[in-house]
Design a protein around this ligand. Sequence first.
Ligand SMILES: C[S@@+](CC[C@H](N)C(=O)[O-])C[C@H]1O[C@@H](n2cnc3c(N)ncnc32)[C@H](O)[C@@H]1O
Length: 263
Amino acid sequence: MNELIKNNTIETEINVDSLWLIPQRDKTGKHKNIYHGNFIPQIPNQLIRRYTKEQDIILEPFAGSGTTLFECENLNRKYIGFDINQQMIDYIKDTMGQTLYQDKYYIENCNSLDEKEIDKNIKIAYNNLDGQQVQFVLMHPPYMDIVKFTDDKNDLSNIKNLEDFLDKFKTICKNFLKYLEINKYFAIVIGDVYKNSEVIPLSFYCMDMIKKNFKAKLKGIIVKNIEGNRGKLGQAGIWKYRALKSDYFLFKHEYIFVFKKVK
Ligand SMILES: C[S@@+](CC[C@H](N)C(=O)[O-])C[C@H]1O[C@@H](n2cnc3c(N)ncnc32)[C@H](O)[C@@H]1O
């Protein structure tokens, strides 16, 4: 029986709709919105509460500015996260302060493409966190090169070519999904891109890549609005003009794909 509907009561704050219209970013606690390309805390909050329980371990190959980690702290979950951007690793460590050195969180600068480095770090993390497997994997990769994060050649945000991106993302999925317990869930948060005057449905290519290469059931396709996106705020007229002039539609949504790992 699902923990969320135990004793005939349901957890009413869990959003089971496939359309998430979230008017405002949660800016409470440690969430400061300092990283261009981050996601809103409500995304990890919803997913963690739906798919994990207290003390479970959440694993994240693209930790960014720590949004998921801060939600893990709020929700009493353990966390292992990696990112290639040293500035963000420093930021997270500063923000967490002493609490980072408890036996609940492990965060390191690490290239998620590098299987050996990942294996080495996860071994240390399991040791620190007293864990043996992870119960949820959350992946929020760069959307190809639309927001550049670092100059590192291994940074996925430096990839311009779709095939190359899918190939690298597949490697990262391989490096991380092997740590996920069978029958547990993982989610990908991703958007589409424009290239050479046409839409590249990057999100659907990624979903398809996962279905073709991993034993996983697709459990949900959630469309999330990006109303109030910083870059577009207060400039509706300019964006409308550009969209009409250059013949495109303004992206107002991203996808969250939820999968269940199966045998
Ligand atoms: C979309 S952002 C994640 C943002 C995060 N969800 C947040 O709320 O701050 C993608 C992140 O992937 C990182 N990244 C890109 N390639 C990577 C790689 N090969 N290994 C580890 N991290 C990588 C970037 O540095 C960036 O921080």
